[in-house]
Write a protein that binds this ligand. Structure first.
Ligand code: DC
Length: 233
């Protein structure tokens, strides 16, 4: 058995990619819990850099300034009682990174090569020991091309907008059709950017959650992971 096989039989890495609102974070968190793995939400890292840039008055078009702030900001993800906690230079920004200000700009910030280079470097370090469930847009294609299991989780834009709408607190509510248009725009921007666009990896399993609930999606992924682990033995 090679060194890589040993890792696969013990603690593999699982990559979950897909468009906004497909349910990646909830699914990835639950899969990680069930397997005793660590969950890493890479979108939260792009959001943290976007927040840092907003606070510093940097526009989403200022490539060098964005690269510099990504390199000098300390972004740490750690498990908390109610999910993952995001620290930006020691400050808990778990809620602050979910505001509309950040959501509307993050896709543009995430398109810059310098920002991606810095965050991908951190993501690969976090996954080096295995036992990770990482969600994002480019995990299976770029960040962890050797991940033992790759999932591309998708759903129709209408159902993704509806799920996001239901998640929003009253004070954050925007009309459903506006939300749908914003999600479609974020899809377009994530899919069409030059650096590591959102695409399905050739070796990913596509799971369409339009007509599935979270438990069903989690079960599909757990079954696939059991198969992978059994194959590696
Ligand atoms: O998953 P999310 O909606 O929190 O992600 C926020 C944004 O970050 C999204 O518009 C795309 C970007 N992103 C990315 O480009 N690459 C990743 N690995 C994760 C997120």
């Amino acid at each position: 058995m090679s060194k890589d096989d040993t890792r696969c039989s013990e603690r593999m890495n699982i990559a979950i990619d897909g468009p906004a609102g497909a349910g990646k974070s909830t699914v990835a968190r639950r899969v990680a819990e069930k397997l005793g793995y660590i969950y890493i939400d890479t979108g939260a890292m792009y959001r943290a850099v976007t927040l840092a840039a907003n606070r510093a008055g940097i526009e989403p078009t200022e490539s060098d300034e964005l690269g510099a702030i990504a390199r000098r900001s300390e972004v740490i993800l750690k498990p908390g009682a109610e999910g993952q906690i995001v620290l930006l230079d020691g400050e808990d920004v778990t809620d602050a990174i979910r505001t509309r200000d950040v959501t509307l700009r993050v896709s543009q910030v995430a398109a810059h090569q310098q920002v991606r280079a810095r965050l991908v470097e951190l993501q690969r370090k976090m996954a080096a020991a295995g036992g990770i469930v990482m969600d994002g847009r480019d995990i299976g294609t770029h960040v962890l091309p050797d991940a033992e299991l790759k999932i591309f989780l998708t759903a129709s834009v209408q159902i993704r907008a509806l799920r996001r709408y239901r998640e929003l607190r009253d004070e954050q509510k925007v009309p459903l059709d506006q939300l749908e248009a914003e999600i479609a725009e974020r899809d377009r921007s994530d899919q069409e950017r030059e650096v590591s666009p959102l695409v399905c990896a050739d070796d990913a399993v596509v799971v369409d959650s339009t007509e599935l609930n979270i438990d069903q999606v989690v079960e599909i992924i757990l079954n696939l992971s059991r198969t992978k682990l059994a194959e590696a033995k």
